[in-house]
Design a protein around this ligand. Structure first.
Ligand SMILES: [Zn+2]
Length: 129
């Protein structure tokens, strides 16, 4: 039941803003993941709305395959969790941070952690050798 004159408690507004920040930052991570591997590996991936991973060099027999797209479902899940878990923490945890700061931090976690993961993956897999 709606109580029109009741102010939302601080806990309720933090919870609502945390959920919204998490949803927005996870959606951005999911939407721009192909742009990230194109940025690091020049693999042919493009915006999700322009074909996504369908143009990746993993579909070409004689190309040096993109390690990000070649990680398999388990590897991809680990890469995603390595970004999503810090995003979840940033969405809810820093209680002294106002919601705009938590939103910016959660959004920035994707390019910062994603590039770090991709570079580590490229080095481990010997992609640039
Ligand atoms: Zn790729």
């Amino acid at each position: 039941m709606l109580v029109p004159n009741r102010m939302l408690s601080r806990l309720e507004t933090e919870w609502i803003s945390g959920v919204l920040i998490l949803v927005v930052s996870l959606a951005a991570t999911w939407a721009f993941a192909p742009d990230l591997c194109q940025f690091v590996f020049q693999c042919g991936c493009t915006h999700l709305w322009a074909g996504g991973m369908s143009h990746c060099n993993t579909h070409m027999a004689n190309a040096k395959h993109c390690p990000w797209c070649n990680a398999g479902e388990g590897g991809y899940a680990l890469l995603f969790l390595g970004i999503a878990l810090p995003q979840a923490w940033l969405s809810f945890r820093p209680r002294s941070w106002m919601w705009p700061l938590r939103l910016v931090a959660a959004l920035l976690a994707f390019p910062v952690l994603g590039v770090m993961e991709a570079v580590a993956l490229g080095l481990i897999s010997g992609h640039w050798r």
